[in-house]
Design a protein around this ligand. Structure first.
Ligand SMILES: [Zn+2]
Ligand SMILES: [Zn+2]
Length: 391
């Protein structure tokens, strides 16, 4: 692996920046210090900077030549509401808040790339326009969506958009980026079944919602096993049943709760419709009413083919042939970069970090050796994009 000299020379500085952000973690939509640091540094690199998008989001822009296209590079800035248990000298100084997913590293890698590209461009328009997007609240609070609702892609049009996540499950110096689904959609279901309460010794005087709920739970299990393509993957789990208060009363209602995980948008749409149809249909057949509430969380993170090939090519140039997997097993976790990929063609890459602990573990820490690698990967990607526009 050959890191560009300017980025290699910046490695100690990037480490200092990352560890400072690590010591001062901020939760989703509260990233005011981090966001201010990012904005100040982008300004000092000569970028045009806009703050306050989606709350604490920041966009830095390097303007390029007309007709050279535009590319968006995205990092996330938020920390997790959990206690760090590691003992490094840059340990979190905020009780119960911790950069346990490495977003401190993502923010710093993108700053490193902006510094390098800003210096090369200094004072002249050359190559494509590059938007450096720093989003708030990736961890469950949909900061990407918030920036988009604030007009991210209208104000900063991007032909393509890219995201990177550090990946402890892959060895250091490798990358994984495939076309198609990388991360799952994560949705929530709640089903309320209303029957007719009665004395338990006289069931014929009522309509038993407990029996109906049991049939619904069983029937929902056929939606994946019988209704989903076996080479696709999906999960429907009923995780909660609530009904009744004593042994000799048939209750009036029963409530079911659960989760649905899918990769393909069409599978998600189908399961949403079929869960409703199954619950309502079974309830009606048995003389009850069912009300289904399906709440969509993050959509699946689905990589576009052409952009994934471009990202893989950039990673191969940097990391070497044989270091980039273009056919990784997708992960059942969720990721809000998914929202951006629904609107703009792009790709999301896992940058191998190795190490003992995975993200969200209390002893996890971002590996600072990855900072110049990630910064260099961004530069490499933009050069690949520029070359494609010239051809
Ligand atoms: Zn996370
Ligand atoms: Zn993360």
């Amino acid at each position: 692996m050959q890191i560009r000299p300017d980025i290699a020379a910046d490695a100690p500085l990037l480490t200092e920046w990352r560890q400072d952000i690590h010591r001062n973690p901020e939760l989703g939509y509260q990233e005011s210090r981090t966001s201010r640091l990012v904005a100040e540094r982008l300004t000092s690199f000569g970028l045009e900077v806009v703050t306050g998008l989606g709350g604490t989001g920041v966009v830095g822009t390097l303007h390029g030549e007309d007709g050279a296209g535009s590319i968006g590079l995205r990092a996330d800035m938020d920390a997790l509401p959990m206690q760090e248990m590691g003992e490094s000298d840059h340990k979190s100084e905020v009780e119960g808040v911790f950069h346990g997913c490495g977003h401190d590293g993502h923010t710093t890698m993108l700053l490193g790339a902006a510094k390098s590209m800003g210096a090369v461009r200094a004072g002249r328009r050359a190559g494509p326009t590059v938007h450096f997007i720093f989003q708030p609240a990736e961890e469950g609070l949909a900061g990407a969506r918030a920036m988009m609702d604030d007009g991210l892609f209208e104000r900063f049009p991007c032909d393509e958009v890219y995201g990177v996540h550090n990946w402890p499950d892959a060895p250091f110096g490798t990358a994984c980026v495939g076309a198609g689904p990388m991360m799952a959609a994560s949705d929530k279901i709640e089903i309320e079944i209303t029957g007719k309460g009665a004395h338990a010794a006289m069931p014929h005087k009522g309509v038993d919602p407990v029996l109906v709920a049991s049939h619904v739970v069983t029937a929902l299990q056929s939606l994946v096993s019988r209704g989903t393509d076996p080479v696709d993957a999906a999960v429907v789990s009923v995780t909660k049943i609530e009904a009744g208060s004593t042994f000799n009363v048939i209750p009036e209602t029963a409530t079911l709760g659960g989760t649905v995980r899918t990769f393909r948008p069409e599978t998600r749409d189908r399961l949403e419709a079929e869960i409703e149809r199954t619950a309502v249909g079974i309830a009606r057949a048995m003389g009850c009413e069912a009300r289904v509430e399906y709440s969509r969380g993050y959509p699946p993170t689905v990589n576009h083919a052409g952009q994934s090939a471009r990202f893989a090519e950039a990673a191969r140039r940097l990391l070497g042939d044989g270091k980039v997997s273009t056919d990784p097993e997708p992960c059942m976790g969720g990721e809000d970069f998914a929202f951006m990929l629904e609107e703009v063609p792009g790709s999301y890459l896992w940058l191998g970090q190795g190490g003992e602990y995975n993200v969200h573990h209390p002893r996890y820490d971002f590996d600072d050796r990855l900072l110049p690698v990630g910064a260099n990967l961004w530069v490499e990607l933009v050069e690949g994009f520029a070359a494609s526009r010239q051809g």
